[in-house]
Unconditional design. Structure first.
Length: 445
């Protein structure tokens, strides 16, 4: 920097590896010092992520900060892009469930249910789905709501330094995943809900185990209240942080706990019932705080309501089929593992191969080629743990989808990041992200 006693003149700043360089010529040193002091050099751009433990996966947050205050916040997505929606165009309708279940990997049953309900609407078989299959779908979805909210509360607590709540949350989630493993054979990515019904029926002892699970969860859930709800440190960290009122939620399309924390009891299970939800007795919890603390309380209360629905499902389970009767659509739903723990049982294979040559050919064509779906399009939305999860499915009359597009709640809710974070502290960004509870598998799909 060179100076003289003439009036100061500055060229445009130059970025270098050592920082911004200003070349100034002329002027008094005092004048230059005063000009430099007026410059706001505290404003910097910070990348949080895409591999940051507090961004719920590979989410990149671009933050412009002035000291510790966030002046601008933007989301960068696409680091987990899987091409699931495009891949669906190259698989038959039933194989599609193995793709969609992997989108929001914390809510696989909701992904499957939204997709299958849309396919069933196109097929015109909504009224033919057996009652047992519908009740089991509701049962699995509500168990899934429990496991998803437990991760939201556990990981959110961990990000705030509350490690006890993290241990409790993952402990209880394991109980749910044990039930999933018993029913579907897998802890996640089930592909269990299929067009027309379910892959198979409940195994022996499943109902008793689920009743035990409900008892255990009723005992465990109050522990979260004791740990966090009235905890002054926890409350101080969440209250008035990540504020978004009802007008903001409506403008940004936010749904789920983010919307209900602004006082609107909008829940698709009540507003646009599906799978017979209108016949179940449960409440839609809301809060009027519009902040992260309200979202925490809503998730906690929703877990209690999910347990109520699970109990009602167990009480109304009647024996019966779990797949539509139409053999042109129904994939075999009487599967049983062989003695080696792999593949179909020998009895099932003998049944397919020993009935008739026509039965064998039909089975072969159904599994390899798949069934045809009449041309048209359908949009079906379900109330997932993070909000409205919608599947828009288009058919051209073939054995594969022409186009499938999902309205994922994490993707839409992330639009509110700027409104939640700007004007707050950097540390509050972590609280705001945790209160949205985004899952990047659903965002990037």
């Amino acid at each position: 920097m060179s100076t003289s006693h003439a009036s100061a003149r500055e060229t445009s700043p130059r970025k270098t590896t050592e920082g911004t360089v200003y070349t100034v010529s002329g002027g008094d040193w005092d004048e230059l010092a005063e000009t430099a002091a007026k410059r706001d050099d505290e404003k910097i751009i910070v990348n949080m992520g895409p591999q940051h433990p507090s961004t719920h996966g590979v989410l990149r947050l671009i933050l412009e900060i002035d000291g510790e205050t966030v002046t601008e916040a933007r989301c960068g997505i696409g680091y987990l892009h899987t091409g699931i929606e495009k891949n669906l165009e190259y698989r038959n309708w039933t194989q599609g469930t193995t793709f969609v279940t992997r989108m929001d990997y914390l809510t696989p049953f909701y992904n499957e249910a939204a997709y299958c309900l849309a396919v069933e609407r196109l097929l015109g078989i909504e009224d033919q789905i057996p009652d047992r299959a519908t009740v089991l779908r509701v049962l699995l979805m509500e168990l899934n709501r429990l496991s998803s909210h437990l991760v939201a509360i556990a990981s959110g607590g961990m990000e705030l330094g509350a490690t006890t709540i993290m241990i409790y949350g993952f402990r209880d989630r394991e109980l749910v995943l044990d039930v999933f493993e018993l029913i579907t054979g897998l802890r996640m990515n089930h592909a269990f809900i299929r067009p027309g019904g379910l892959a198979q029926d409940l195994p022996p002892g499943a109902i008793d185990q689920m009743r035990e699970f409900v008892k255990k969860m009723r005992k465990n859930l109050p522990e979260y209240d004791k740990l966090a709800t009235g905890n002054p440190v926890f409350k101080a960290r969440l209250q008035d942080v990540g504020y978004l009122d009802l007008a903001g939620c409506m403008a940004l399309g936010a749904t789920g706990p983010v919307l209900r924390s602004a006082g609107l009891p909008h829940d698709l299970r009540k507003a646009q019932p599906y799978c017979g939800y209108e016949t179940y007795d449960f409440e839609v919890p809301t809060a009027d705080t519009c902040d992260s603390y309200g979202r925490f309380l809503i998730r906690l209360e929703e877990m209690h309501q999910s347990l109520r629905i699970v109990e009602q499902c167990l009480d109304r389970l009647e024996p019966g089929p779990v797949m539509v009767e139409d053999k042109k659509i129904a994939w075999p739903a009487q599967l049983a593992l062989g003695p080696d723990g792999l593949g179909n049982s020998l009895d099932h294979i003998r049944h397919i191969m020993g009935t008739s040559m026509e039965a064998l050919i039909h089975h072969f064509k159904l599994v390899t080629e798949g069934f045809r779906v009449p041309p048209g399009q359908a949009y079906v939305a379900v109330e997932a743990p993070r909000g409205e999860l919608g599947a828009h499915v288009v058919s051209d009359g073939g054995t594969r989808p022409y186009r499938v597009h999902f309205r994922d709640p994490s993707f839409t809710n992330l639009q509110s990041m700027a409104a939640l974070c700007e004007g707050g502290m950097v540390a509050d960004v972590i609280v705001a992200v945790a209160s949205i509870d985004p899952v990047m598998g659903g965002v990037d799909r």
